[in-house]
Design a protein. Structure first.
Length: 228
């Protein structure tokens, strides 16, 4: 029964048994437009057959057509797009026709749906595995509790800058000094460059040890304010 424009469309769920690569198109204008109708449905996939059904009951001045697609996916797409669409002034009514299927067609349809479900399950499990593997990588800084973060920040802020880093101070004790006169490179120019750098470093260390920091004197403040 045709639906009025103001009437909301009914929602219907189709299972794999209801779907088919065979379609019945009703409310087609009786103008001998079978070629135009086939060309319209061919835009959504390969159409094997398209012929009128004279034995079907229909409204006056309309025809009913029987269409067979090569693949069920194309038939599903064409039904979703062309059902209730306007064709030569009439609103088409497209429905599945699984009663025209042969046993081989039904077997092919069920086998295709089984492959689709397995492919979706496989892709979903692979994506879930990727999410789990990425979530197992934990940043050691972000894994700390708020109290540990606050305590570490407090220890760092209260550290004496003169003492330096305890890790670096512990490593300095194991560092052994070598003689400045020893050559480490086969090239004489490179050894000469190293020797000059060592001499400059020794001068800087000796000058820093001789200079003793004295008490900072307070700078006298000059009052330049104008008296009234």
């Amino acid at each position: 029964m045709p639906r009025y424009k103001d009437e909301p469309p009914a929602v219907r769920v189709y299972t794999v048994c209801d779907e088919s690569k065979y379609l019945i198109v009703r409310n087609v204008p009786a103008l001998g437009c079978g070629d135009e109708l086939k060309q319209l449905f061919t835009t959504y996939g390969e159409v094997e057959e398209c012929k009128p059904m004279d034995a079907e009951d229909c409204e006056p001045f309309t025809d009913v057509y029987w269409i067979k697609f090569h693949k069920i996916d194309n038939a599903r797409f064409a039904k979703r797009k062309l059902d209730q669409s306007i064709f030569l002034g009439n609103r088409l009514q497209v429905c599945y026709a699984p009663n025209y299927e042969s046993p081989s067609d039904t077997k092919e349809k069920l086998e295709g749906r089984r492959k689709e479900v397995l492919a979706r399950l496989k892709s979903g499990s692979s994506e879930k595995f990727k999410v789990q593997s990425s979530s197992t990588i934990i940043d050691p800084l972000s894994a700390r509790t708020p109290m540990q973060a606050v305590s570490s920040h407090r220890d760092f802020s209260q550290r004496d800058p003169k003492q330096g880093d305890p890790i670096s101070r512990g490593n300095h004790s194991s560092i052994t000094r070598v003689s400045s006169d020893q050559d480490y490179f086969p090239s004489q120019s490179m050894n000469e460059t190293v020797r000059k750098v060592r001499e400059k470093l020794n001068k800087i260390e000796s000058s820093a040890s001789d200079a003793q920091p004295g008490p900072a004197t307070k700078k006298t403040r000059i009052d330049n304010r104008r008296r009234i």
